[in-house]
Design a protein around this ligand. Structure first.
Ligand code: NAD
Length: 274
């Protein structure tokens, strides 16, 4: 299909969905954006070059639906109801050739459950999570190397044609949708562990009267060591959420300890004289 005649709908127009919709528009496709928040839709219509709406009936049947809605937690458990909710809506408009790509962060098993239970196995469905870093959207935005996993071969072929063929995004192919789902939350857990180690080390340095930054600079001269900074605790949205997504799959002593270290570090910081 010619790029100009392809219809793409981006669902969820927040920090991820907005730049995704812009990028797809810049590639020459017809783009519609949908979000439940009127304020977000207004922001998108002011700043974006695609049409945004909070009225689902205004969204035409699209060739591709990109799901970028909120995923969160309730009582420490993954809360994916927005993803299920919008996929239910998409199923009303989808045909067997439609590509549905879940870009929101989810737990392993989500894409396949949605494929069978909501789409009755009648669409192409892939998971292509983000590595977006809002502070560096040029280098670490929508089109950096990403991973993709699919529920079957046809879906993978459709997803690869869209991402690499149409959007020019380099994709690493995972053996299944589940590996792609696990990959995203594992990456962020890995980062969480690295920072928690730096926090632990900084507290240890405090106890033995050693300069943490001096030690860090010395260690980081080694080729395979990269101890990050220890700042104000492990914040923002994704790292604390994604490590808990991994822990919701199975117990992990190491990840449990990292959460405890971060909590202890925050208490330690608050007691320190500046
Ligand atoms: N922000 C990042 O840097 C980043 C990086 C990697 C992955 N992610 C993941 O991407 C996903 C989106 O994150 P974000 O930062 O863009 O979140 P966000 O909160 O900025 O945006 C999510 C949007 O989804 C909309 N939404 C929620 N429920 C909806 C529904 N039922 N129907 C339609 N719209 C709905 C919200 O109104 C909001 O505008 C999350 O799963 C997040 O974990 C985010």
């Amino acid at each position: 299909m010619a790029m100009g005649s392809m219809k793409v709908c981006v669902v969820g127009l927040g920090q991820i969905g907005f730049p995704v919709a812009q990028y797809v528009h810049e590639k020459g496709m017809q783009v519609w954006g949908y979000d439940i928040s009127a304020a977000t839709v207004e922001h998108a219509n002011q700043g974006g070059q695609f049409k945004a709406t909070n009225s689902w009936s205004e969204i035409p049947s699209a060739d591709v639906y990109i799901v970028c809605v909120t995923t969160g937690q309730v009582d420490g458990c993954p809360d994916l109801k927005a993803v299920f909710n919008v996929c239910q809506k998409i199923s009303e408009k989808a045909a067997s050739s439609t590509l549905v790509t879940i870009e929101s962060t989810v737990v392993p098993g989500t894409a396949r459950k949605i494929f069978t239970e909501i789409f009755n196995s009648q669409v192409n469905l892939v998971h292509a999570p983000h590595r977006y870093w809002a502070d560096e959207p040029e280098e670490h935005g929508v089109n950096q190397i990403r991973v993709i996993g699919a529920v079957n071969e046809e879906s993978l072929a459709s997803g690869m044609e869209f991402y690499e063929g149409n959007l020019g995004i380099p994709m690493h192919v995972c053996g299944s949708a589940e590996v792609a789902e696990m990959c995203k939350i594992t990456e962020n857990s890995h980062r969480y562990l690295q920072i928690a180690f730096a926090e632990d080390l900084k507290m240890l340095c405090g106890r033995i009267g050693m300069d943490f930054e001096d030690l860090r600079a010395a260690c980081n001269t080694k080729w395979n060591v990269a101890i990050p900074e220890a700042r104000d605790g492990i914040g923002r949205h994704c790292l604390p959420k994604d490590i808990r997504y991994v822990m919701s799959m199975a117990p992990s002593t190491l990840l449990e300890s990292a959460l405890r270290v971060d909590k202890e570090y925050r208490a330690w910081l608050s007691k320190r004289t500046p």
